[in-house]
Design a protein around this ligand. Structure first.
Ligand code: C2E
Ligand code: CA
Ligand code: CA
Length: 643
């Protein structure tokens, strides 16, 4: 502070040295507590000693009246200033009285200097200084002019007036300087406390922000999203609007982050958030709920516009960026749930949108709308996935075998291995249900390996027992894409010491819809190893036979549906016949599955079909039952033949 500032401060010329109300009230009271008994004591002493009892009585009464009034007034904020002034006025009057009556020359000199301290203490620097000035003037007047005006006034000698005036000035200056430095210190403390409080407030608000906001994108986080969504639901309810909640999961973000590094990955996430919010604009609100998951709340005003169209339209972002010289393309999966159709509270709506996203992901689609049926199915699939995993581990699956009959000789020549799973809780679960789950969840590789190991083992045992059969094993489309497949089967052939020629590998026709290079190579390798390859469910995917020519196929299995329709439909019969003829022209063996009657068997025989399979002969059965069935079948057949 510059010197003029200090001088101004000491003299109370700076506005800020005011005292606050909560400080002032106790000051008044403390002063009354100390001053009133003191004054009364002095008055008593005066009364007893001086021989003039009147001044003592006057002082005592005035003190009680003025200080008592000040005490009570101090309870009211509005009267506080008057209360202070009353106290000071009393002190001023007492001082002047002392001055006039000559008390300063006696014992009054002891306490007279207290006035400026009291004034500053009660009124603060500014008004305290003013009161002190008035007091100084009043004292000067009482000493200098008093005796010439009032006859009763005491006449001071000049030397005393000079000394007393110097002392009064000196103590006033001390009081001003002392009070100034005290209030300076208080102010410093106040400022630093304010600073601390501001810092704390800032810190708390940043903490609050972090609790509600995603640090990377600045979007609301999950917690905040719940608030926003609840509010949006309430608004929509009031106005009769529909809300769409889209859960968006970005694919391969983790892998991308590893590739480009954490900083670039944050930048990418920010870019993605910017693209999404820019695409949707003010129509939707975004939040980032997990590392690679976002939620968009979209208000739909017009009922007639299809929700799926809107979403497709609105969420059609292309997330393509160039980061560190990498061209990064991020795919995403979206699940949508809507208010009020699917839920009317934020928590459930969000869960259902996430559920729909998982459904989309599971079905390998980019977008799915929530459906209760799908949720139930999805939950069952998730449960089955866990159970299947355990079943595989505990070897709780088994293979059943269904006989394959040579239509020319009537002999059992082979068996198709069909997987069976009886879960201790859910009961028997059909392969049509659990195999797709195994395929989607990545369990299929372990499952196929298990099937092949089982079937290869069974074949080896049958061969050792003198049952000369081939075994058909179903291979899922996924497996044929597996690079390791060939090594695996080669190992198994060696382990069980069986010829590959005794094994037929069935691939469903649908798996040839688009056949990548690995699949073609694998099929070629299997063919070279000696396995026979069969096309299962032929006729369901409408592949032309000619297009399968290069695939090294040995066998066609005509789909069961043709057997069912053949009985009544001439067209089906014609298709089956031409398929058999065409297959024979291409040197392929033909198997008919789902043969349930002697009539169907006869028709197939007439058409020249090679092999039949179906309930007409036997149902799939456990290996030991199949053993007995196959032996008695052969014996009966021989009996029929020789009869
Ligand atoms: P698929 O390969 O076409 O197997 C024939 C299915 O038809 C079997 O059903 C069999 O029990 C049934 N079937 C046999 N004869 C008749 C008949 O006369 N009438 C009727 N209505 N059905 C008959 P399953 O065992 O339920 O198997 C269903 C599908 O599951 C199989 O169809 C196959 O695609 C798949 N699958 C079964 N086991 C395995 C396996 O170990 N691995 C793979 N990848 N798929 C398997
Ligand atoms: Ca099959
Ligand atoms: Ca089939």
């Amino acid at each position: 502070m510059p010197h003029t500032g200090i001088v101004k401060g000491v003299l109370g010329m700076l506005a800020r040295h005011e005292l606050s109300v909560h400080q002032r009230k106790p000051h008044v009271r403390q002063l009354v507590y100390v001053a009133l008994p003191g004054v009364l004591l002095l008055a008593l002493a005066n009364y007893l000693q001086s021989g003039y009892p009147l001044p003592g009585i006057i002082v005592a009464i005035t003190a009680v009246l003025m200080m008592g009034a000040a005490f009570f007034m101090s309870s009211h904020e509005k009267l506080l200033a008057t209360a202070e002034s009353l106290l000071l006025l009393f002190a001023l009057l007492a001082s002047v009285a002392l001055g006039l009556l000559g008390g300063i020359a006696g014992s009054g000199i002891l306490w007279i200097y207290a006035f400026p301290f009291l004034a500053l203490w009660l009124k603060g620097q500014r008004q305290g200084a003013q009161w002190s000035l008035v007091w100084l003037l009043a004292m000067a007047f009482s000493m200098l002019a008093g005796s010439s005006i009032f006859p009763f006034a005491y006449a001071y000698d000049e030397k005393f007036v000079l000394q007393a005036s110097a002392a009064l000035l000196f103590y006033s200056a001390i009081a001003l300087a002392y009070n100034f430095s005290r209030s300076q210190l208080e102010e410093k403390l106040y400022v630093s406390e304010q600073g601390m409080q501001a810092k704390t407030r800032d810190y708390v608000s940043r903490l609050e922000l972090a609790a509600y906001q995603d640090g990377v994108t600045g979007l609301p986080n999950r917690l905040r999203l719940l608030d926003i969504l609840s509010r949006e639901i309430a608004n929509a309810q009031e106005r009769g609007h529909t809300l769409l909640v889209a859960h968006i999961r970005l694919k391969k973000m983790f892998e991308t982050a590893i590739l480009i590094g954490p900083d670039a990955s944050d930048k990418l996430t920010r870019n993605i958030a910017a693209t999404m919010t820019a695409t949707v604009g003010s129509r939707g609100i975004f939040a980032r709920v997990r590392r690679d998951e976002f939620v968009c709340i979209y208000r739909k005003h017009t009922e007639d516009v299809n929700a799926s169209e809107i979403i497709r339209d609105v969420l059609a972002f292309r997330l393509e960026y160039k980061i560190n010289d990498y061209a990064v393309h991020i795919d995403h999966t979206i699940g949508v749930a809507s208010f009020p159709s699917h839920a009317s509270d934020a928590e459930t709506l969000l869960r259902k949108a996430a559920q729909a996203m998982l459904q989309a992901q599971f079905a390998n689609q980019g977008l799915a709308f929530y459906e209760e049926r799908m949720e139930l199915q999805f939950n069952r699939q998730q449960l089955l996935f866990v159970q299947l995993h355990e079943a595989l581990h505990k070897n709780a699956l088994s293979l059943h075998y269904q006989g394959l009959i040579d239509l020319q000789t009537g002999a059992v020549i082979g068996a198709e291995a069909l997987a069976r799973w009886i879960d201790p809780v859910s009961g028997p679960i059909a392969p049509a249900e659990f195999i797709p789950i195994a395929e989607k969840s990545g369990l299929i590789k372990a499952f196929t390996l298990w099937t092949m190991r089982e079937a290869f083992g069974q074949l080896a045992r049958w061969r050792a027992e003198g049952l000369d059969l081939f075994v058909s094993i179903n291979l899922s489309a996924r497996c044929i894409l597996d690079h390791q497949l060939i090594d695996d089967v080669r190992g198994l052939l060696k382990e069980f010491n069986i010829p590959a020629e005794a094994i037929v590998l069935e691939l469903r026709e649908a798996s040839f819809a688009d056949t990548p290079e690995t699949a073609l190579q694998n099929m070629m390798s299997l063919h070279k190893l000696g396995f026979r390859l069969s096309i299962d469910d032929f006729g369901t995917a409408h592949t032309s036979l000619a297009s399968l020519k290069d695939l090294k196929i040995d066998e066609l299995k005509i789909d069961q549906s043709f057997m069912r329709s053949m009985a009544t439909d001439a067209n089906s019969r014609a298709i089956v016949l031409s398929t058999i003829q065409l297959a024979h022209n291409l040197n392929l063996r033909v198997v008919a599955e789902g043969v349930e009657s002697a009539r169907a068997e006869q028709q197939l025989k007439d058409m020249g079909c090679d092999i039949a399979q179906g309930y007409h002969y036997c149902k799939p059965m456990p290996a030991d039952v199949f053993n007995q069935w196959a032996r008695s079948w052969q014996i009966n057949r021989r009996a029929v033949l020789s009869a």
